[in-house]
Design a protein around this ligand. Structure first.
Ligand SMILES: Nc1ncnc2c1ncn2[C@@H]1O[C@H](COP(=O)(O)OP(=O)(O)OP(=O)(O)O)[C@@H](O)[C@H]1O
Length: 328
């Protein structure tokens, strides 16, 4: 028999993400195809894992997919300090109950009882209430913290410590679904996810979206004209393909350049010095440094050529200029 949610679960459900795609949310043929694949796995009960570099769009994908499942969504962001309690909850304190018995007015009997108070956290609430758990950057949490997921994902049983909650195992609600994200290129503060956990998920790589999708998202997020957004996206994509970077230039970089250009009312043009400066501010720090780790003037020249190629006078006559050919 289903139990009513505990008061902490009810509070969390009341605060669960109400995800409604806003006007800036873009769906393209490519995004529809990824959604379709992922939903097929989730509908059968398999967790889906979007793996990709920072700024590639995996969190947005996970959240919009969660919204399609039409269940309350709980978002958990992995952290190095996590332990099992961070996922399932734990005893957070004690509750003292005093019973005062005045059965004879002149005699007062007092009973005192102290009991631990258990507080559910996201995984327990999602498993018991049938929510969708989005576990962003799950590999930032130590593998030992994530161990509890193994039986949840395979046997659909949540194992709890003997505690104030009163149960040591909970059968996972049939509507519980889990969506994970991770960044394989980020090594700072991340942990190697255990094979057993990865083996239970369907991993979909989201390295970058196709050109049309990146342009559509950049237009939607910046309000820039399509032709201008396309130049920025092409420039950033070409830089990405060149591999002349230490930090991947992703969709997020395109959105940032486009939003700033729109906000500052800059022409997206190589002869607009403030636009060129904007591109350098947002891209140069990603370029490979020279020997001794200092910024390499050749990388700056390479970026200047990129800006000229995609945003110069010649580019203005073409909607889709060829590659700049800066690849090493
Ligand atoms: N379909 C979309 N519609 C509108 N904006 C989008 C869409 N997909 C991605 N974006 C935007 O692209 C940017 C990068 O996406 P997101 O934050 O999901 O990337 P990420 O891979 O999760 O990055 P990180 O690993 O750094 O968290 C964000 O500003 C996000 O809002």
């Amino acid at each position: 028999m289903a139990h009513p949610p505990t008061s902490t679960a009810q509070a969390a459900l009341d605060n669960a993400l109400r995800l409604q795609p806003g006007p800036e949310h873009v769906r393209t043929a490519e995004l529809d195809a990824i959604h379709g694949r992922a939903l097929a796995y989730l509908n059968v009960g398999y967790p889906v894992h979007f793996r990709g570099p920072a700024g590639s769009g995996k969190t947005k994908l996970a959240l919009s997919l969660a919204q399609e499942l039409a269940r309350p969504v709980l978002l958990l962001v992995g952290d190095d300090t996590f332990d099992t309690r961070s996922l399932i909850g734990g005893d957070t304190g004690t509750r003292t109950r005093r019973v005062v018995d005045r059965y004879i007015t002149s005699v007062m009997k007092m009973e005192s009882e102290t009991a631990p108070v258990w507080l559910d956290r996201a995984l327990t609430i999602a498993c018991t209430e049938g929510c969708t758990l989005v576990y962003d950057e799950f590999n930032r949490a130590p593998a030992s913290a994530n161990n509890v997921l193994l039986t949840v994902l395979e046997e659909r049983i949540l194992v709890l410590p003997k505690s104030g909650r009163g149960e040591t195992a909970v059968r996972v609600h049939p509507e519980f679904r889990a969506i994970f994200t991770s960044n394989p290129e980020d090594h700072a503060g991340t942990h190697a996810a255990q094979d057993a956990l990865i083996d239970r998920m369907v991993t979909i790589d989201v390295e970058s979206f196709d050109r049309d999708t990146e342009i559509a998202i950049t237009v939607a997020r910046s309000g820039l004209a399509e032709v201008d957004a396309a130049r920025i996206v092409d420039m950033v994509r070409d830089f990405r393909r060149s591999r002349e970077w230490v930090q991947r230039p992703t969709l997020r970089a395109s959105i940032m350049i486009a939003r700033m250009a729109q906000r500052l009312e800059l022409r997206v043009a190589a002869d607009e010095p403030r636009f060129v400066q904007l591109c350098l501010d947002l891209l140069a720090s990603r370029a490979k440094p020279g020997p001794n780790g200092v910024p390499d003037p050749r990388q700056r020249q390479m970026l200047a050529r990129l800006i000229e190629h995609f945003c110069g006078a010649e580019a203005a006559t073409s909607l889709r200029p060829a590659r700049a050919g800066i690849a090493a």
